[in-house]
Design a protein around this ligand. Structure first.
Ligand code: GLN
Length: 285
């Protein structure tokens, strides 16, 4: 069988299995299985090796059972960078690039020696994307899961950013005393009762710790926002991702802490997705 036929057969299986993007998934998985480019598998006139076919069969079976392509590959692209995934890390979402973009929009001098903090860093994707754009910055990433902190550290090494990033296992900012110019976070924000109704791709393959935001999905914001006034340097900005429909509630919790909303950022589909927050003069130093 030729590469292109094998790829088409895989796409047909995924279509029959009700997978939403069968052609794309087949192409990416075939490219991985045969070790050739994603364009090459479409036109590939070379014979598919039996080892490659066996690998592809295994990938297709996993995809049909609901495992996301990124989990099968063990990596996901975010902000143009490659992040290795582990069971302890949420797969980076394209919408989370909104957090990176918004945080960078507040930086006047990209070569400045800024201090950056990422709360609930997971794969490290937000922190490392920000550091990649700010060559003079140093970042701290914290995750409650030691395995996630370790995964983020490995990603920093792979991306050549390890000399400007430190990772800790701990609960939000409790271990920290000090101030930061940028604080970023994509905390868990799904209501506990909604977890069971999520797509199997998310429910079975993303870590519950990275999804479950408590009864109303806002518990992490209560914790993070109560610490922000002491964590933000003068003029510092925090950019927090939030779920659909949570923008006003998160902004209200922020105001209770004396923080003001500088920007409400929208994601790729035009939904409000992140808030940029700063200290008001009244919050004091
Ligand atoms: N954005 C993720 C999802 O839609 C949720 C991640 C989170 O809770 N921060 O599944």
């Amino acid at each position: 069988m030729k590469l292109a036929e094998a790829t088409r057969a895989a796409a047909r299986e995924l279509t029959q299995g009700g997978i939403e993007t069968p052609e794309l998934d087949a192409r990416v998985l075939a490219s991985e299985a045969f070790g050739v480019g994603t364009a090459e598998v479409l036109v590939g006139a070379a014979e598919a090796s039996s080892a490659g076919l066996a690998t592809l069969d295994g990938f297709i079976a996993r995809r049909l059972s609901g495992e996301p392509v990124a989990r099968i590959l063990g990596r996901r692209e975010f902000w143009g960078l490659d992040f290795a995934l582990t069971p302890a890390t949420l797969a980076p979402r394209p919408d989370t690039e909104t957090v990176v973009e918004t945080a960078l929009s507040f930086v006047a001098d990209r070569s400045a020696a800024l201090r950056v903090l990422d709360l609930g860093t997971g794969s490290g994707c937000i922190l490392l994307a920000v550091l990649a754009e700010l060559p003079g910055a140093f970042g701290v990433g914290i995750d409650l899961a030691p395995n996630a902190a370790a995964a983020a550290r490995a990603n920093a090494q792979n991306l050549g950013l390890a000399s400007r990033a430190a990772f800790l296992a701990g609960r939000w900012a409790r271990a920290l005393d000090g101030t930061f110019d940028l604080v970023v976070s994509n905390p868990p924000y799904i209501e506990s009762a909604a977890i069971a109704g999520l797509d199997r791709e998310v429910r079975l393959h993303d870590p519950a710790l990275a999804l479950d935001g408590g009864a109303d999905g806002l518990d992490p914001y209560r914790e993070i926002l109560s610490d922000l006034p002491r964590l933000l340097a003068p003029g510092g900005v925090a950019v927090l991702e939030h779920g659909a429909g949570q923008s006003d509630a998160v902004a209200a919790i922020a105001r209770e802490q004396g923080l003001e909303v500088a920007t409400v950022a929208t994601d790729l589909s035009g939904e409000r997705r992140a808030l940029a927050l700063g200290r008001t003069a009244a919050a004091g130093r």
